[in-house]
Design a protein around this ligand. Structure first.
Ligand SMILES: [Zn+2]
Ligand SMILES: [Zn+2]
Length: 491
């Protein structure tokens, strides 16, 4: 059963066992309060103020929030069809919510590079070898393209309404709508890999999506990835919502909570798939929003050396501002892998005293590498890297490791890699793959917000000027050409 089918069933099952239990508990609570003479408190609860119930985090009173948003008008960027012009700013009407649905008033959302083709209707110009789609895959893609979809994949905001089964948040809470869900009960979540939560799978399939709004002509509208972001409201499901407690300005908060930052900080500080040890020698390949947040995470984790690699000068400058100790331009003469190995070669030559003596360590190499370059959707407006498919930077990230080193892959490259089998099997290098840098959203996103609040995460060098809703599509022309670092919609 897909995530959305579960939601729909949840709506219709409202009078089932949960609902019945809720009535009983509510009755008990009501009686208890009345006996204590707290009539005013009951009146406040009955008026629908979910915040009146702060002391009862799992109270069935949450079920009273009900649906007060159906029909409410809002604006959002909606994509449909193919080619340039597929994305337009539309006025929509929210559908009634139910089950575990959550309506969030958008404060900010990041303009993720990954969404460039969906927003602009472009086909990438550079790609590695790939298998042609089957007829079934093509039909499915066409079906998805023709579903009117609110773009974006996450953001921060304030909970406006919740379905009767929602427990994680209440109306008025500030939340991050995470690009990666965490249900806590699926096969992956139970094995400590919430980054691979299975609620992610159906979120972008025609069968897994459910309409959340209507266009003026009655066309049903869906949310990209079950979350959206480029609109005045996000309609999502409980599994994607992470409560955060902070007074940080929305734009800065979004920089810390953006899908890219969650992946970069996750790769370096969550210890979800690989542990970055203290005083490590770290290389970060690609210094866009992913890499810059990985550099900050490596600094926070206590790395002693952080080497940022990027062809774009302003990104290398930003890398130095957020904590890199060295930066390298892969377009400069000489092999960037050799340069990293040289920088990381230990001075201590004693095999008896913890030093570097023999292969596979003698040529230096990083303890930890975050790969964050990715392929190009369009030719960059600024300096161009050595390989538009993103495969070479990924290969280089692997080659920068010494024996026992760890690489976390976070980007999307196009094509296939090949490795020397002997090195791949026996050289002691570990490669880690996952969503969101392997982080556990409910556990780690509040931690990233703390990094922002205590000043250890600096959003300023990463933040390109805030973007109003009306300018999102125009700004994507720059995003797709890597002329921005992290553009953020601030509603
Ligand atoms: Zn993203
Ligand atoms: Zn899960």
């Amino acid at each position: 059963m897909s995530a959305d089918e579960t939601d729909n069933q949840g709506t219709s099952d409202e009078a089932g066992s949960e609902g019945a239990t809720g009535v009983t508990r509510r009755g008990l609570l009501k009686n208890g309060l009345a006996m204590a003479g707290s009539v005013a408190a009951i009146a406040a609860g009955a008026a629908g103020s979910a915040r009146a119930d702060d002391s009862q985090p799992y109270s069935p009173l949450y079920a009273q929030a009900g649906d007060s948003v159906g029909g409410r008008k809002f604006r959002a960027w909606v994509s449909r069809g193919e080619g340039p012009g597929r994305t337009t700013l539309q006025e929509l009407a929210l559908r009634p919510i139910g089950g575990r649905q959550v309506v969030v008033r958008t404060e900010a959302a990041n303009l993720c590079y990954t969404l460039s083709p969906a927003m602009l209707g472009i086909v990438r110009q550079f790609q590695g070898p790939q298998r042609p789609l089957t007829a079934q895959q093509r039909a499915r893609r066409d079906r998805l393209n023709n579903m009117a979809t609110i773009q974006g994949h996450g953001g921060v905001g304030i909970v406006e309404a919740i379905g009767p089964e929602v427990r994680r948040v209440k109306v008025g809470d500030r939340v991050c709508v995470s690009g990666t869900p965490q249900c806590g009960v699926c096969y992956a979540c139970l094995r400590g890999r919430s980054d691979m939560c299975q609620f992610l799978g159906p979120a972008n399939t025609p069968e897994g999506m459910t309409p959340v709004a209507d266009m003026r002509d009655g066309t049903p509208v869906y949310m990209n990835s079950q979350i959206g972001g480029f609109g005045e409201y996000m309609v999502t499901v409980e599994e994607w919502v992470v409560p955060i407690i902070t007074k940080a300005p929305a734009a800065h908060l979004e920089v810390a909570c953006a899908c890219t930052s969650v992946a970069g900080l996750g790769a370096t500080t969550s210890q979800g798939i690989a542990v970055l040890p203290p005083a490590a020698k770290v290389a970060v390949v690609g210094c866009g929003p992913l890499g810059l947040s990985a550099i900050q995470g490596a600094r926070i984790a206590g790395a002693k050396m952080i080497i940022g690699v990027d062809p774009i000068r302003v990104r290398r400058e930003a890398a130095m501002k957020v904590g890199a100790s060295h930066v390298l331009d892969p377009n400069e003469p000489g092999d960037v892998v050799d340069k990293v190995r040289e920088l990381t070669s230990e001075e201590n030559p004693s095999i008896w005293g913890g030093g570097i003596y023999s292969a596979p360590f003698q040529d230096g190499g990083a303890d930890f590498v975050v790969e964050a370059a990715g392929g190009e959707w369009l030719p960059p407006a600024l300096e161009r890297g050595p390989d538009p498919t993103g495969l070479l930077p990924m290969q280089q990230a692997y080659d920068m490791l010494h024996g026992t080193g760890h690489a976390v892959l976070t980007s999307l490259a196009f094509g296939n890699l090949s490795f020397n089998a002997g090195v791949f099997a026996l050289a002691g290098r570990s490669v880690h793959s996952g969503q969101a840098g392997g982080c556990s959203p409910l556990r780690d996103i509040p931690k990233f917000v703390s990094f922002l609040d205590n000043g250890s995460f600096d959003p300023t060098p990463m933040l390109t000027a805030p973007v109003p809703l009306e300018k999102v599509l125009d700004t994507y022309q720059e995003v797709a050409r890597r002329a921005t670092i992290l553009a953020v919609l601030v509603a």
